[in-house]
Ligand binder design. Sequence first.
Ligand SMILES: CC(=O)Nc1ccn([C@@H]2O[C@H](CO)[C@@H](O)[C@H]2O)c(=O)n1
Length: 104
Amino acid sequence: MNDITFFQRFEADIVAGRKTITLRDEAESHFLPGQRLRVGRYEDDVYFCTIEVISVAPVLLSELTDEHARQENMTLPQLKEVIGEIYPGLNELYVISFERVATN
Ligand SMILES: CC(=O)Nc1ccn([C@@H]2O[C@H](CO)[C@@H](O)[C@H]2O)c(=O)n1
């Protein structure tokens, strides 16, 4: 069983260490620093790596900066568009920062 899933289009960036945060809603805000999470693809739940949670912190959509976007390997407009598609109308998000620790 996986602990968290990402859309398949982000797999390569996560595995390469180019994507080091994810923005989630309250339902996925319960992860704790130091936890190791098995990561799978949203589309088929196939495991693809393990990450260690560094921190979890609330952030408003309006507070997102170029630094968040850089950590997503996107531009800020791209990031806001993606969030608007995944979480339409949601302003209160949680930034989960992580480090990729293993691939098995
Ligand atoms: C079921 C479900 O919510 N799955 C999600 C949710 C979010 N994300 C990524 O986190 C960042 C900001 O939201 C962007 O990179 C998103 O694509 C994801 O990959 N998969």
